[in-house]
Design a protein around this ligand. Structure first.
Ligand code: ADP
Length: 634
């Protein structure tokens, strides 16, 4: 940041990302410019909530004025719009941090995803959240004056910027606490200088705001509109979630979501209920229609807000929702918790546990309902948040079966990532005699789809789930069965197709294994420490060999995942299985001179085929070339 100081006025440069964000916002949101007012009112409402909460412990913060409200006015001559709140306000440092930088985790990554294509980037900006900076859509200059509640009157701060690269900041006298934002409108924005227009924008986007939004009354007199001294409240000014469901319109629910979710897009679905009984609380929980860009950051914010008897207590009360539901947004309003509840108390509170379990069930119920009655929506949900929900299989023992029922997985049935199957559907179309759910894990869809491990399954027409998310290893290690059917990896343990094979097939396999006993022993000796065992398989139809993990060993895919994450798992050796009908294997039976090279190539290619990496690729290539040359000279 560059500083040039005169008196106490300083000019500072925006963080580079802010500049980019401003440009992007002005261009991409222009057609939707009215949302700036929603964003500023939303911030003012949050500031009032914060003050009310802090004042629970320190009533002097109210400075003898505990009527929290938001005032909107306009000035035709100055061509400005003003938004005033008497909320918590900001100190100088807070102004610099909040209005000069973007303090969100994952910001850099977000910006690296911008393509320069306005249409595409406009979509991304929705994921990022627009907030305060949206003021520059309509304003060529924005002046913010603010003073933090409880500070002396000379601790006011003025911040001013034209949205270019810099902002000016200076200390000023400010009698009232809270924040005033003056927007000096751009050319062509004069239609906003109308009481009627502003009222209609407020009613459309901010009706649900709990604090009264005030404007001066106006009346027509002598053919002109007169602004009177008296205030009137424009919005309903009543907590939306506390109103009866049948009195709330879809649009109201949607607009409220944009406020609590800090989202610019509409929600995908929501559930609103008042829970009575031992614990009394109201929950209004939303599922966003798009994942925020920082869903996988450890410290994502803006989850579910906690209120106690309509007083805001905290944002992102992580105890209200399990981690695997961190995509849920909304409000929980408890009638029983004490107003002075802290994060520490929440962590140990049995009441909160009951609320969390109630909210979790409610969201799972909502998802089940979508899955059943609105597949298109459910698929959309799954595409955005499926990977997060999967974490619940290992995290939430009590709801494991419910979550398993919500899984949607790719499979060999369609061989695409788009078309997925639920475990129940999988079971529904199992082959006669099939009593297991088969799956393969791999680090890419192609690796899974083309894996040699699937050959016999394809031949017999048995469906196999293709699991390629990182989290899938965690899912299958925590989900051993679904509706009484066990989940079995096709790349682990001995292959037991049970009833799917007849007696004759089994007998033949045994015979072949005996016949090739010498060969498997010889290969095993040649490969030495690389393998745990070498055996004949009936898994393969086209490939000469594949690797499998022993029943209780870690899967090769998981071992690779851990390695790439820099962690060391227990190292276990694979089992090499060979296809007794494959010409290469048959050829090996008679090979003498180059047996070791053949065996080594057989092992290495099996490793490559399942997406593994060779320790010594150069020597593999050399051996292959050598063998090719020999073949061609024969
Ligand atoms: P967001 O609201 O999503 O955090 P914004 O860019 O809208 O992002 O605002 C950034 C921060 O500036 C807010 O989190 C808040 O701390 C502060 N802020 C904005 N407007 C106000 C206001 N009217 N009163 C107090 N603080 C404010």
């Amino acid at each position: 940041m560059s500083n040039t100081a005169t008196n106490n006025r300083e000019t500072m440069g925006f963080q580079a990302e802010v500049k980019q964000l401003l440009q992007l916002m002005i261009h991409s949101l222009y057609s939707n410019r009215e949302i700036f007012l929603r964003e500023l009112i939303s911030n003012a409402a949050d500031a009032s909530d914060k003050l009310r909460f802090e004042a629970l412990h320190n009533a002097s913060l109210f400075e003898n004025d505990s009527e929290l409200n938001i005032c909107i006015s306009y000035d035709k001559t100055a061509r400005s719009l003003t938004i005033v709140d008497n909320g918590i306000g900001m100190s100088r440092d807070e102004v610099i941090n909040n209005l000069g930088t973007i303090a969100k985790s994952g910001t850099r990554e977000f910006f690296s995803r911008l393509s320069g294509d306005q249409q595409k980037d406009a979509n991304l900006i929705g994921q990022f959240g627009v907030g305060f900076y949206s003021a520059f859509i309509v304003a060529e200059k924005v002046t913010v004056t603010t003073r933090r509640a409880g500070e002396k009157t000379d601790q006011g701060v003025r911040w001013e910027s034209d949205g270019g690269g810099e902002f000016a900041i200076e200390m000023i006298e400010k009698a009232t606490r809270g924040t005033e934002i003056v927007l000096h409108l751009r050319e062509g924005q004069d239609d906003l200088l109308s009481g009627q227009k502003i009222r209609s924008i407020i009613r459309k986007y901010s009706d649900h705001i709990v604090q009264p939004i005030l404007m001066k009354k106006e009346e027509w007199k002598d053919g002109e509109q007169q602004v009177l001294e008296e205030d009137e409240t424009i919005n309903q000014a009543f907590a939306l979630w506390a109103r009866p469901k049948n009195e709330i319109t879809e649009d109201e629910y949607k607009e409220f979501y944009k406020h609590v979710g800090h989202d610019y897009q509409e929600p995908l679905a929501w559930t609103h209920a008042r829970v009575e009984g031992k614990q009394e609380y109201t929950q209004l929980l939303y599922i966003p229609s798009r994942a925020p860009f920082d869903l996988f950051e450890r410290d994502t914010i803006h989850g579910v807000k906690l209120y106690v008897r309509r007083v805001f207590i905290m944002d992102d009360a992580e105890q209200l929702m399990p981690r695997y539901m961190r995509f849920v947004r909304g409000v929980v309003d408890s009638s029983d918790l004490p107003l002075n509840v802290s994060r520490e108390i929440l962590q140990e509170s049995k009441d909160i546990e009951a609320i969390r379990s109630g909210c979790t069930k409610k969201v799972l119920g909502l998802l089940e309902d979508l899955a059943k009655n609105d597949q298109e929506k459910y698929n959309k949900f799954w595409g955005e948040f499926g990977r997060v929900l999967k974490e619940g299989i290992g995290e939430d023992f009590a709801n494991k079966d419910k979550i398993a029922g919500l899984l949607r997985l790719a499979s060999t049935h369609a061989d695409t990532t788009e078309e997925t199957v639920s475990l129940a559907d999988y079971i529904g179309r199992m082959k006669e005699g099939q009593d297991k759910i088969y799956y393969i894990t791999a680090d890419s869809f192609n690796a899974a789809k083309n894996s040699p491990h699937l050959e016999v399954f394809r031949k017999k027409g048995i469906e196999v789930l293709l699991l390629t998310d990182r989290v899938d290893e965690w899912v299958v290690s925590n989900l051993s069965e679904f509706q009484g059917k066990s989940l079995v990896s096709v790349a682990k343990g001995g292959l037991d197709l049970g009833q799917l094979e007849d007696e004759a097939e089994k007998k033949e396999q045994e015979n072949v294994a005996n016949e090739l006993k010498d060969l498997t022993e010889k290969i095993s000796k040649s490969l030495g420490e690389k393998v745990k065992e070498v055996r004949v398989t009936h898994r393969l139809t086209d490939s000469p060999a594949c690797l499998v993990a022993d029943e209780h060993d870690m899967s090769a895919n998981l071992a690779r995942l851990l390695k790439s994450a820099g962690q060391k798992g227990p190292t276990s050796k694979p089992i090499l299985e060979i296809n007794p009908k494959h010409p290469v294997v048959l050829r090996l039976k008679i090979e003498e001179k180059r047996f070791d090279d053949w065996a080594s190539v057989l092992f290495d290619q099996a490793l490559l085929a399942e997406g593994g990496q060779l320790d010594d690729p150069a020597s593999f290539v050399k051996k292959v070339n050598q063998l090719m040359l020999e073949m061609s000279s024969n």
